[in-house]
Design a protein around this ligand. Structure first.
Ligand code: FAD
Ligand code: NAP
Length: 559
């Protein structure tokens, strides 16, 4: 006998947690199945040194409870992983979420039974759980990617992945550490690892454009100003392409220094909505290369993110890229290392913007070596280290900062089978196809959260998550009210939506031929090259979702 629920939720990260709260409030019987041993998702798994949010925490936080907004203190403006995990735990305690979560429970199959219109989920332990509805809150960046290097299982030292970092403290002192990967995770970890290890060797395949994060302690008066204005701030998030309000705590900043508020920090999110204007609104092509270089010297690399045109115009983009390289050459003392750190094969705006603390400066340390594994690829992991085509490196610890099978990875690994025994893996053979990034034709009553085809990772994810869960909750309410058993996306609506998603991505830096990002699936060998998130902006997307609901779910069929 299976346990039966109104909704079975897979995942207890921020999406699954909010879904429990929201659906319970509607009177639904829910359960969440979570592979990890506790709540928090991303922030439960990614405990690597330096892990940190790139959206201000006062914005990267739930907006569903005013009491929660008023009571939670954020110690820093951009919180570190331990503080975000503490917040997730607080939310779980405060709203008593754990009583509806089964931890250490990985879902290995999700099957639709047409006989009784029920989703039947099987766990790795062999248990089954049934639900009228299924919500896949499985995360966009929850399946770590570990490249298969020959000999990897022979290595006698310690091996870690940033996305599966142990709960117990990892002691790297006195050790020779090698890290593979220089995306956001690698860039955050490298300066911290360099401070701790005897020697750090960084194996870099593609250099990154990274700018310093605006890292600051939270000031009580700034937090208070947010609290005083939270309803307005949540409204502002709803009309911003990246789901961030950019609210400036003018009163408290003025009150302290007598000066107007400073310009907003460069944030990774405005990659979706590039960006605040420069002080004088001069375009990058109005400046000579020397002037651009001078601007970077005066204001740092982050200033290059403020040129909106660099995200939509190739010439402006190349001008910004060249100025960025000039900036790197200023920061890194060894000329050869500086050149290796200069991105040349793709432009700013192709990948998610990376933010760092002391990244370039780390390569000026005596105990750090940069190895270019594009020029000399990794050929093997040995018993005692790692070999490239040019040299052998003796290591005590190998760290993979090699990213994730993003957006589709967790959904495909859950082995979802819909109507007529159709597998999601077959439906998505040539890349993900969804309606609004929320629903799938052939898979009635199953919903995804922040799935491919929705703004998702191009948005402040907490905002995107709440919007999705609310939409799904309302939809389930509608079905119950009208006595329908199932709702299912129509193939034509799905095709139209996918065409729209592709159309808005065309002509952006995200899809230039030189761009190879995980947004495109390009980090996973053999994965179809499709731009997965919706780049049309969160407000436009939200409006479309609202229109669909208001029109009695146009593009869906009911039974
Ligand atoms: P997750 O937090 O990924 O949770 C999904 C959960 O589902 C996981 O706990 C997983 O164990 C579980 N699960 C998956 N498959 C199964 C299965 N088959 N059976 C059972 N359980 C399963 N976003 C931002 O907006 N700003 C940031 O600054 C930011 N920083 C990030 C930093 C890192 C290091 C990473 C990896 C991501 C970051 N993100 C950021 C994106 C982040 O993933 C989201 O902000 C958010 O935490 C996602 O919440 P979620 O609940 O949707 O997914
Ligand atoms: P990532 O951006 O995909 O970076 C993975 C790195 O590993 C890249 O440098 C990649 O090189 C390298 N790599 C992969 N396979 C390799 C191989 N076989 N050999 C050598 N190098 C290899 O992954 P990530 O750094 O974990 O970040 C993923 C996303 O998580 C981010 O974009 C962001 O959305 C989120 N995140 C956010 C933050 C934050 O600041 N808040 C922090 C961490 C993560 P190539 O580029 O050549 O493929």
């Amino acid at each position: 006998m299976s346990d039966h629920y109104d909704v079975v939720i897979v995942g207890a990260g921020f999406a699954g947690m909010y879904a429990i709260y929201r659906f319970r409030k509607q009177g639904l019987k829910v359960v969440a199945l979570e592979a990890g041993s506790d709540v928090g998702g991303t922030w439960y798994w990614n405990r690597y040194p330096g892990a940190r949010c790139d959206v201000p925490s006062l914005e990267y936080s739930y907006g569903f409870s005013e009491a929660l907004e008023q009571e939670w203190d954020w110690p820093e403006v951009f919180s570190a992983q331990p503080d975000i995990l503490r917040y997730a735990n607080h939310v779980a305690d405060r709203f008593d979420l754990r009583r509806d979560i089964r931890f250490d429970t990985r879902v290995s199959a999700v099957d639709f039974s047409e006989e009784d219109n029920v989703w039947r989920l099987t766990t790795e332990a062999g248990d089954t759980v049934e639900g009228r509805f299924c919500l896949m809150a499985t995360g966009c960046l929850s399946v770590p990617n570990t490249p298969e290097f020959p000999g990897a299982d022979r290595f006698r030292g310690e091996v870690y992945h940033t996305g599966l970092w142990p709960k117990d403290e990892v002691d790297l002192s006195g050790k020779r550490v090698g890290i593979i990967g220089t995306g956001s995770s690698g860039v955050q970890a490298i300066p911290e690892l360099a401070r701790e290890a005897a020697h750090l060797t960084v194996f870099q395949r593609t250099p990154v454009y990274t700018v310093p994060a605006n890292r600051k302690a939270m000031r009580a008066e700034v937090q208070q100003e947010f609290r005083d204005n939270y309803r307005q701030i949540r409204e502002m998030q709803q009309s911003n392409a990246g789901g961030v309000s950019n609210f400036r705590p003018v009163k408290s900043v003025r009150g302290r220094s007598g000066q107007p508020a400073p310009p907003p920090a460069p944030s990774a999110v405005p990659a979706a909505e590039p960006v605040a204007p420069t002080a004088d609104s001069t375009g990058i092509l109005d400046l000579s290369p020397e002037q651009r270089h001078q601007l970077v010297r005066e204001r740092g690399l982050g200033v290059l993110l403020t040129f909106r045109e660099a995200y939509v115009d190739l010439e402006a983009n190349e001008a910004a890229n060249a100025a960025f390289r000039d900036g790197i050459r200023d920061l890194v003392e060894d000329a050869e290392t500086a050149e290796t750190l200069c991105p040349t094969t793709y432009g700013l705006g192709c990948k998610r913007q990376v933010l760092d603390r002391d990244y370039y400066d780390t390569f000026n340390r005596d105990n750090v070596t940069l190895v270019d594994v594009k020029a000399n690829p990794i050929v093997a992991i040995t018993e005692t280290g790692l070999s490239t085509s040019a040299a052998d490196y003796e290591l005590d610890v190998v760290i993979y900062a090699t990213g994730f099978d993003a957006m589709t990875g967790a959904l495909l690994r859950a082995n979802i089978t819909g109507r007529g025994g159709r597998r999601l893996a077959d439906k998505w053979e040539h890349g993900p196809v969804t309606y609004l990034g929320l629903a799938l034709s052939g898979f009635p009553n199953l919903f995804t959260v922040t799935g491919p085809g929705s703004p998702s990772v191009l948005c402040n994810m907490l905002v995107a998550i709440e919007q999705h869960v609310n939409w799904v909750g309302d939809c389930i309410g509608y079905l119950r009210e009208h006595g329908y058993a199932t709702i299912e996306a129509l193939p034509a609506a799905e095709d139209e939506w996918v065409a729209h998603v592709n159309e808005v991505a065309e002509g952006t830096m995200y899809t230039t031929p030189s761009c190879n990002s995980w947004y495109l699936g390009a980090n996973i060998p053999g994965k179809p090259r499709i731009f997965m998130p919706y780049v049309g902006g969160y407000p436009r997307y939200r409006q479309r979702c609202e229109e669909v609901a208001a029109s009695d779910y146009e593009g869906f069929q009911f039974r």
